[in-house]
Ligand binder design. Structure first.
Ligand code: AGP
Length: 366
């Protein structure tokens, strides 16, 4: 039963561990091996309409926004279509310019978030084309959009979003693949991504098996007053979502920053009392991230690296590893240890993990 703890001590632990199964459901029937693309029939867009899209804008709040930021990066990388993500709460009030050639994607686990619903209605009033990326079938946003991608992640009970978040980012990889394959993304590149997506649920399972190591790191750093989460390019949104998870359930202050901005201000805050979580994908900027870690270490800051790269021995104080998959999918995997880190920091501090203070599962009133 979806509402049983199933042997877990809380729903957050259960939902974190349900991710491999949730991702298998997101991908079910949506990978097209023959044409090396994705099938997202629920969007109700034919290839000509898909080709006519000149921009993709994701709208959501909180973690749904960070998922949208990962989605925008995937769309730009794979389809070479300009893409961005915006707080639905800001969008609805700032008299946005609505462009008929933009595909707007409303992102919401619950499908009931009032700001996201209002942004959808405002868009539709101005003639914008909006599809949903929603978990709850029959929810207000799903009904208002009338087309989109359901996550099929199963009920998410814990206030902190985990399995819905990784399901969102996985469905955006499908969207980016689809948009890429009606443009210039080659069949060979498409095949590599289809294979990578197929292997993703097992890679998540493998990452979750590293939980005892993450728990040990959490016990060491949970009592910090504040933490930095740093990442660049593919690591940026991973850092933002990681910081959000920590704040939400452990009440430890956390701030995400692009690693490249460190020297423009926040480095002044780094000392032995400021652990820095650095997201290091094994990509073109790995050397830059190594140098970020060295700069933090030079100021005495403890470093927790989350990585699939071979970092020099002793560089970081703690290393949380994820398997290598396909570089474009790294953000999805790199986020998993950060969920576990937040979870075990909250557990160490004795927090009410499923129901953090002051927060509701979905924000349905302003
Ligand atoms: C996620 O951990 C948070 N609880 C919160 O930011 C959430 O993602 C946000 O309120 C949006 O909710 P939704 O996906 O149901 O629209």
């Amino acid at each position: 039963d979806d509402y049983d703890l199933d042997g877990h001590v809380d729903f957050l632990s259960k939902e974190i561990h349900e991710q491999p199964a949730a991702l298998r459901r997101v991908l079910a029937g949506r990978l097209d091996t023959r044409f090396a693309t994705a099938r997202l029939d629920g969007l109700r867009l034919d290839p000509r309409e898909l080709r006519g899209i000149r921009r993709v804008t994701f709208l959501g709040c909180g973690s749904a926004l960070y998922a949208g930021q990962m989605g925008a990066a995937l769309v730009e990388e794979l389809a070479r279509v300009p893409a961005d993500a915006e707080q639905a709460s800001e969008f609805r009030y700032r008299n946005p310019m609505v462009d008929p050639d933009t595909l707007y994607v409303a992102v919401s686990q619950s499908g009931e978030t009032i700001d996201t619903l209002a942004a959808v209605e405002e868009l539709q009033r101005k003639g914008g084309r909006v599809v949903g990326c929603v978990n709850v079938i029959g929810s207000a946003i799903a009904r208002q959009c009338g087309a989109g991608m359901f996550l099929h992640a199963g009920p998410e009970v814990s206030v902190a979003s985990t399995k819905a978040f990784s399901s969102m980012t996985t469905s955006f990889a499908l969207l980016a693949l689809l948009l890429g394959r009606v443009r210039d993304l080659s069949a060979a590149h498409g095949t590599r991504l289809v294979d990578g997506l197929r292997r993703l649920p097992d890679a998540v399972e493998h990452t979750l098996a590293g939980e005892p190591e993450v728990a040990a790191v959490a016990r060491k750093y949970a009592h910090a007053k504040s933490m930095f989460y740093l990442g660049r390019v593919r690591g940026s949104a991973v850092a933002r979502e990681g910081a959000q998870k920590l704040k939400e359930i452990s009440y430890v202050h956390a701030e995400a920053y692009p690693a490249s901005e460190l020297k423009h201000g926040p480095l002044a805050l780094v000392d032995a009392a400021m652990p820095c979580v650095v997201v290091v994908p094994d990509d073109e900027v790995v050397a830059k991230n190594v140098s970020t870690i060295e700069q933090v270490k030079a100021r005495g800051g403890p470093v927790i690296a989350v990585t699939n790269a071979d970092l020099p021995d002793g560089l970081a104080d703690a290393v949380l590893r994820v398997p290598r998959l396909e570089p474009e999918l790294d953000p999805i995997l790199l986020g998993i240890p950060l969920q576990l880190l937040a979870y075990h920091c909250a557990a160490e501090l004795g927090r009410d993990i499923d129901k953090p203070r002051n927060l509701a599962k979905s924000v349905t009133v302003e």
